[in-house]
Design a protein around this ligand. Structure first.
Ligand code: ARG
Length: 463
């Protein structure tokens, strides 16, 4: 009996697949992206089967040669991807058989697409995490360079987006560095948890061939072998975990974006995002819009969405593999592209960020940013903190009413709020005095910022 419509699995079928179902169930339109790692996995599998005596050396040579040629064909963009063949795995296997004949039909011995796809995605994601980490490093290095340049630059620090206390711009940038450093740690944890070989689990129960899984793990650089075959083919925790890391990373970039959007607006005018990272308006000639930060802030939404999609994809799946899992690819691919692209553009943009230090200083000077320093001064002269707070509050009220900052009030005026105030008060009311006084580990004093930058470079392994 002839089999309908020429697929690798049609033996038990009597009727061809409905044309729309064929297109609906196919994944090759997106999973072709796994081709390189699929081929790596196949060569390792075939090498192991040869060592185990399941394939002959000649068969292995034909398989390896054929797959290498297919890899080149894919790179040249000449590979004839066919929807009829469903996914990347069956496309490559069918092409191999077309090229090398019967040896190609032996490649799938002792393996299933279930453990194959789980292996491919892990191999692929491992490389992508390395590439993402590289972009992350570039961004962190750029941040440290600007932080070093602006270690003495004074800006208003905010809480509730109201001027709170003066901080140094370098210190503010180091806060961003810390967020990214935690993202780096999370990505590295995720990488080590996914670096486990599923291959050998076959469809779900393992295989009766004398396979050597440790050898395959070694060939593919996996740190260990999955313990349980059912778990190996059905686990997508690594994809969810990665997407969670990515969502948090994007959340950081999004907060970062929010600040850059505010700071580059004429109302703040703290920084200039160079022209290469902005666009104009088709109607308003004066506009220079911070498109890059805005887009990154916007793209955070899709990554958060992918996290929810993947969690929802898994939540009701019984063991072991289910076709549902084919739906993990597009969210994962898009997450990788979004994070990688966002980090790349941010690294380039931060490297050329122009900081308007005079405007930053002026903004810090205007918002009574040294009010806490005045209260601390009174405390040092024996006034209880609550009373000091009250006295300074009244001084600020006079400043608001007469449109002057604390440093612009005369000594006689200041003394009406507390008789202990002396001429030396003006030293604490200066911005430089305020930041220099916060001179402890993790503080904003320029000296501390420089020390923190040196530690940050060491933590990055001095790239
Ligand atoms: N394209 C499938 C996926 O992405 C490959 C595994 C298919 N396995 C199966 N038994 N139909 O998950």
């Amino acid at each position: 009996m002839s089999t309908p419509n020429n697929k690798p699995w049609t033996g038990r079928f009597t009727a061809p697949t409905d044309a729309f179902v064929e297109a609906f169930t196919a994944s090759v339109g997106f999973d072709y992206r796994l081709a390189h790692h699929d081929i790596m996995g196949s060569i390792a599998h075939a090498r192991m089967l040869t060592r185990a005596g399941v394939l002959t050396t000649a068969e292995f040579a034909a398989i390896e040669g054929g797959l290498t040629e297919i890899q080149a064909e894919i790179e040249r963009g000449e590979f004839p991807w066919e929807t009829r063949l469903e996914d990347v795995h069956m496309n490559i296997e069918a092409r191999l058989t077309e090229r090398i004949g019967v040896a190609g039909k032996k490649l799938h011995t002792g393996r299933s697409r279930n453990d194959q796809v789980a292996t491919d995605v892990r191999l692929w994601l491992r490389d992508e995490i390395d590439a993402i980490t590289h972009e992350l490093t570039r961004l962190q290095v750029a941040l440290l360079a600007v932080a070093e340049r602006e270690a003495d630059t004074i800006m208003p620090g905010f809480t509730h987006l109201q001027v709170a206390q003066p901080v140094t711009f370098g210190h503010h940038l180091l806060a961003w560095f810390e967020m990214l450093q935690r993202d780096r740690g999370r990505l590295s944890d995720c990488r080590s948890r996914l670096n486990v070989l599923p291959l050998g689990a076959a469809a779900l129960a393992g295989t009766s061939y004398p396979i050597d899984r440790a050898y395959v793990a070694e060939l593919l650089g996996f740190a260990s072998v999955a313990e349980n075959s059912l778990d190996a083919v059905s686990d997508r925790d690594f994809a969810i975990e990665f997407t969670a890391c990515a969502a948090l990373l994007m959340t950081h970039l999004s907060r970062f974006s929010e600040e850059l959007v505010l700071w580059s607006s004429p109302a703040f005018d703290f920084v200039d995002l160079t022209d290469a990272f902005c666009t104009g308006s088709s109607i308003m000639p004066q506009k220079k819009n911070p498109d890059v930060p805005e887009l990154v802030r916007g793209k955070t939404g899709r990554v958060n969405g992918h996290l929810v999609a993947l969690l929802t994809l898994m939540k009701a799946q019984p063991l072991a593999y289910n076709k549902d899992n084919q739906e993990d690819k597009e969210p994962l691919f898009d997450t990788v592209d979004t994070v990688r692209g966002s980090l790349r553009v941010y690294a380039d943009m931060v490297a050329v960020l122009r900081v308007k230090s005079d405007h930053l200083r002026e903004a810090a000077r205007q918002g009574f940013a040294t009010a806490t320093d005045l209260a601390d001064y009174l405390v040092r002269r024996g006034i209880p903190f609550r009373d000091a707070h009250e006295a300074v509050g009244r001084a600020v009220r006079l400043g608001v009413e007469t449109r002057r900052d604390l440093a612009e009030l005369s000594l006689t005026e200041l003394q009406t709020f507390s008789p202990v105030i002396g001429e030396d008060v003006y030293a604490v009311l200066t911005l430089e005095g305020s930041v220099a006084a916060r001179d402890h580990f993790g503080g904003t004093a320029p000296r501390q910022v420089r020390a923190a930058i040196a530690r940050a470079r060491a933590r990055l392994g001095n790239p």
